[in-house]
Design a protein around this ligand. Structure first.
Ligand code: ZN
Length: 344
């Protein structure tokens, strides 16, 4: 019996386990109720009386050494699980979700980028404006319907002088006026910004939206120059096979005026519900700056001529991304905004 206990003692000292399962198997083999040590304990009563003291001490030693050995192996496992080698202290505690640019900002930046490469500078101006810069100097007649309460947000009304009414700008053309007042040609600017109109909010109209306007004034600027810029812009924005067409139109501040259509980028000009089967979609208004506007801003219309063009950023964004509801742009729904991750 002593010899067997000695053999088990050296066996226990050499125990090894490579996994928690292996360790548990060892515990069952040695320490469970039907384990090796319990069996020895059961045999203890057969030990001759004179050997009982010595065998009992050896048996207790075996049991204690086995418990210690298995506890030590367990500790090794647990410290391995949290081993410092495995820790990456540079990792953040929680994954950081990166924000995305707003689709209108993405498209605005694309438009600015195209015009910047053609030599246009960005001009900025106030959103709270006066009538003089939004309407009067842009050749709007005193009774023009755009001045009406139906369209314009009034901040302060001057009963004596309509040109001093304080309003929210209804187009970014006021920035063109302010630039022409300050600066003699050559002028080559692009004016991106937010504008306000007093309209009921629905999926296709909002009380504020965004525009980009461009203005070029110099000696000898002609409609041909305008058309060339329009074609280049359309092809840069919507692809090199995009076609444009110009339709006569009317704006108070340009003469002649035109509206530009591009070949529908969704069906490629074949006709689809988006372009109402025509193969063309309208994207912007443009024209040669009316001489009255130049004169009102202190520029000699006999020496200089120029063109202006303007577009809604929401409209261009819809064409690129087919956003059906205009209200999505101002609701800040992160599910909507995350769809533009790839476009950033
Ligand atoms: Zn189409």
């Amino acid at each position: 019996m002593i010899a067997k206990i000695q053999q088990l003692l050296s066996e226990v000292e050499a125990l090894k386990a490579n996994s928690a399962e292996e360790l548990e198997a060892l515990r069952i083999k040695y320490l469970s109720k039907k384990g090796v040590i319990s069996e020895l304990m059961a045999d203890f009563r057969n030990v001759p009386a004179e050997q009982k003291k010595e065998v009992g001490m050896k048996l207790n030693e075996l049991k204690q050494r086995t418990q210690e050995r298995i506890a030590a192996l367990k500790e090794v496992f647990e410290s391995q699980d949290h081993g410092c080698d495995e820790l990456d202290l540079t990792r953040t505690a929680y994954p950081i979700a990166l924000g995305t640019r707003h689709p209108l900002s993405i498209v605005k930046n694309q438009i600015i980028d195209i015009f910047a490469r053609m030599g246009f500078n960005i001009a900025d101006g106030p959103e709270v404006e006066d009538d003089l810069h939004v309407y009067t100097k842009l050749n709007f007649a005193a009774d023009h319907p755009a001045r009406d309460m139906q369209d314009t947000f009034f901040v302060d009304v001057d009963p004596d002088d309509v040109t001093r009414n304080v309003i929210l700008r209804s187009h970014t053309s006021s920035v063109q006026v302010r630039t022409m007042e300050r600066q003699q040609p050559p002028i080559r600017i692009i004016c991106p910004g937010r504008v306000y109109r007093n309209e009921a909010i629905s999926y296709r109209a909002h009380c504020f939206f965004h525009q980009v306007e461009a203005l070029y004034i110099d000696k000898g600027v002609s409609f041909t120059d305008l058309k060339q810029v329009l074609l280049l812009f359309a092809q840069e924005m919507f692809g090199s096979d995009t076609k444009i067409r110009l339709r006569p139109s009317y704006f108070p501040f340009t003469e002649p005026s035109a509206e530009m259509d591009i070949s529908c980028n969704i069906c490629g000009g074949k006709g689809c519900p988006f372009c109402k089967g025509t193969g063309w979609v309208e994207i912007l208004g443009c024209g040669m700056v009316d001489p009255n506007v130049l004169e009102a801003c202190g520029i000699d219309s006999k020496v200089y001529s120029g063109y202006a063009l303007g577009m809604g950023i929401e409209r261009i964004t819809n064409l690129k991304y087919q956003v059906k509801d205009l209200r999505m742009f101002s609701e800040n729904d992160v599910r909507f905004l995350r769809e533009f991750e790839a476009a950033n």
